[in-house]
Write a protein that binds this ligand. Structure first.
Ligand code: FES
Ligand code: FES
Length: 213
């Protein structure tokens, strides 16, 4: 292709989809674009009426408290907690599978509450206590839930495992005596394509018993 006929490259999202390409592919023309403009306008109005302070544009300094340690970061305000953990801090134990809140692979604890870290902005969790899979073992000893997962062979490919373990740890933090139904409910958002659920349930109930003993 000659230089004259070369087109300027489109801006491509992290999913490899250019905005213009997306609109064409979805059959959305000018009318669709104006819908998007309307959505953007609405978002701006919501932001204006919100009490939340505006941050950015550009990288902003934030403090995170992860696994008992303080971290200072300089990040884009749009960075999710999952991406901050993985790409800014190298805490790659937290997995990103769907990146849209539907699989729970990215689960971490926020003040003991299990949350999908791909659905949270890092700037919104400053000064909250964040626990990732890397923070569970203490003094070289696996957390009882981790040890029970090993003992009960509760993983196969392992992609769902960090999020699954965190969901089970969070359950035992709020309910040390769970029933099978409680464990099923606590892990109901964690999608395991390898089908390890029965062993995850056994492991979590065993860990609860070990913690009580
Ligand atoms: S990667 Fe966050 S919910 Fe799937
Ligand atoms: S062990 Fe493979 S997805 Fe759960």
């Amino acid at each position: 292709m000659s230089k004259d006929t070369e087109k300027a490259p489109e801006q491509v999202s992290k999913h490899g989809l250019a905005r213009r390409g997306f609109l064409k592919g979805a059959g959305i023309g000018a009318a669709g674009a104006s819908v998007l403009d309307g959505v953007n306008l609405f978002a701006k109005e919501v932001a204006k009426s919100s009490d939340a302070p505006t941050v950015g544009p550009g990288r902003v300094p934030i403090s995170l408290h992860i696994n008992g340690k303080p971290y200072r970061l300089l990040i884009e305000p749009s960075t999710t907690l999952a991406d901050a953990l993985r790409y800014e801090l190298g805490l790659t134990g937290t997995k990103v599978v769907c990146d849209r809140g539907s699989c729970s692979a990215c689960t971490v604890m926020l003040d003991k509450m299990p949350v999908c870290s791909c659905m949270m902005l890092a700037v919104d969790v400053e000064n909250r206590k964040i626990t990732t899979i890397e923070g569970l073992a203490q003094n070289g000893e696996l957390h009882p839930v981790q040890a029970a997962f090993v003992e009960h062979d509760a993983l196969q490919c392992g992609f769902c495992t960090p999020g699954m373990v965190i969901s089970c740890v969070a359950l035992l933090e709020r309910n040390p005596n769970p029933t099978l139904a409680d464990v099923k409910l606590a892990t109901s958002g964690n999608i395991c394509r390898c089908g390890t659920y029965p062993k995850v349930f056994d492991a979590t109930l065993a860990a609860a018993g070990a913690k009580r003993a």
